[in-house]
Design a protein around this ligand. Structure first.
Ligand code: MF3
Ligand code: CO
Ligand code: CO
Length: 288
């Protein structure tokens, strides 16, 4: 599908949204953090659930011998079969329906017919859906067969970083405390935190205010408020924290030392008493 088609679909989706949503989209373009209405929260929850179900669906298909392009095609088919659009396709010229980032790739790996999964690989699959105009964004790590103990430790640490960040979500808490607990824990395990990519407001647009810095200082940033929705998506490295974007494709970000990197991402709603993980398809998180 070409990008003109993508725009047509997007406009069609936005026709289904209410006037508040059109207004909120303008607010986000002005750099303000949108407080979502109950109707918008419902729509973003549905889209986030679909993104999570896409990650569930692809799990048994991730095996040695398949190409990342094949995985991307299956992901696109699943998303479209459920009445949604893959948000990444055509986004700033990005060519695929998912990002698939193997081993030393930090994020934005482009699915390819030349990349064949092999035993021992670790990979992140990142899916963003647009359902009825609303965005849901989530990613997970997958392992191909048996992987090294170091890779297992990196994946488990990264997953715990996300969980620690989520537990900081409640009204009145400074946003920076999310990144503070993430980086403190990652470093305590001997790993480093990528500072060049961050989480983001999401729902009405793909990337809204605020930016969620996974290396933030304690008590920094705006206070969280009920009705905010943003992603937390820490990228944790085995070696140095820096990432370098591929000069040829303009997307693939690799660790500068080519050591392993891992990432998990959820779309989170700030509730009056804490948080709801909107992209939780497996009942892993309580609603607080
Ligand atoms: N889903 C990614 C995120 O978590 C963004 C991917 S943008 C793309 O924000 F263009 F690289 F696909
Ligand atoms: Co994201
Ligand atoms: Co994402």
């Amino acid at each position: 599908m070409d990008s003109s088609n993508f725009t047509a679909n997007l406009e069609f989706s936005f026709e289904k949204q209410d006037h508040f949503t059109t207004f909120a989209k303008k607010l986000s373009q002005m750099g303000e953090i949108i407080i979502k209405t109950p109707a918008q929260i419902g729509g973003i929850r549905k889209s986030s659930q679909l993104a999570a179900q896409t990650l569930d669906y692809i799990t048994p298909i991730v095996k040695a011998g398949v190409t990342t392009e094949y995985l991307d095609h299956k992901i696109e088919e699943f998303i479209r079969d459920h009445g949604a659009i893959p948000a990444t396709k055509g986004y700033n010229g990005y060519p695929a329906s998912s990002c698939i980032s193997l081993n030393e790739i930090v994020c934005h790996g482009i699915p390819s017919s030349k990349v064949i999964l092999k035993e021992g690989d670790i990979l992140n699959i990142d899916v963003t859906t647009i359902l009825d105009g609303y965005y849901g964004d989530t990613s997970r790590m997958y392992a191909v067969g048996e992987v090294s103990p170091e890779a297992v430790k990196l994946i488990e640490t990264t997953r715990h970083c996300l969980d620690l960040g989520i537990k900081q979500v409640r009204p009145g808490n400074p946003l920076g405390n999310i990144g503070f607990v993430i980086s403190r824990y990652a470093r305590s395990q001997g790993f480093s935190v990528v500072y060049q990519f961050c989480g983001h407001g999401v729902g009405i647009d793909f990337h809204e205010e605020p930016q969620v810095d996974h290396t933030a200082r304690r008590n920094s940033g705006p206070l969280m408020k009920a009705g905010m929705i943003f992603t937390i998506e820490p990228m944790i490295n085995q070696g140095r924290p820096s990432a370098v974007v591929d000069r040829k494709d303009g997307w693939t970000a690799r660790t500068s030392d080519l050591k392993l990197s891992a990432q998990f991402e959820h779309t989170i709603l700030v509730t009056p008493t804490g948080y709801e993980v909107l992209s939780d398809s497996r009942g892993e998180y309580p609603v607080t």
